[in-house]
Design a protein around this ligand. Structure first.
Ligand SMILES: [Zn+2]
Ligand SMILES: [Zn+2]
Length: 137
């Protein structure tokens, strides 16, 4: 372990029951809120996620972690015990997305973008100040 690793930003997070726990090292991407149908169904509302380089994600507990193949190229990580949505993992990305709500406070982050707003649910308005994109932004 190098000295720089100790000084990198570090965050911790977990699912609701604690059967999935993780920590991150290195900078986290600003939060992107996705309003597409897949994200709305798997999250129960819309999915807001940060992201970290793959090597920056360390699992502390993964007893509950299961993966759902949501497309041919991406999978979603959730807890088999409590149902928390935690990760979104695209096979060609250098980063892995982490549900912003699973991080312990303070996150120090802000929502930077709303994407797939054309697919948002009809029961809410996006009153967030962050930019809105019809598609993947
Ligand atoms: Zn859990
Ligand atoms: Zn989405």
């Amino acid at each position: 372990m190098t000295e720089s690793r100790h000084t990198e930003p570090r965050h911790t997070g977990r699912c609701e029951c604690g059967a999935v726990r993780f920590e991150t090292h290195g900078p986290l991407r600003p939060v992107i809120a996705c309003h597409c149908g897949q994200c709305r169904r798997t999250s129960g509302h819309f999915w807001a996620a940060t992201a970290v380089m793959r090597e920056g994600l360390t699992m502390i507990a993964d007893r509950g972690l299961r993966w759902f193949a949501s497309s041919e190229t991406a999978r979603r990580g959730f807890c088999a015990y409590c149902g928390s949505s935690l990760f979104w993992d695209h096979e060609s990305a250098d980063t892995i997305s982490i549900g912003a709500g699973t991080l312990d406070a303070p996150t120090g982050m802000q929502v930077a973008r709303n994407i797939f707003v054309k697919d948002k649910g009809d029961y809410y308005d996006i009153d967030c100040r962050a930019e809105q994109f019809e598609g993947d932004g």
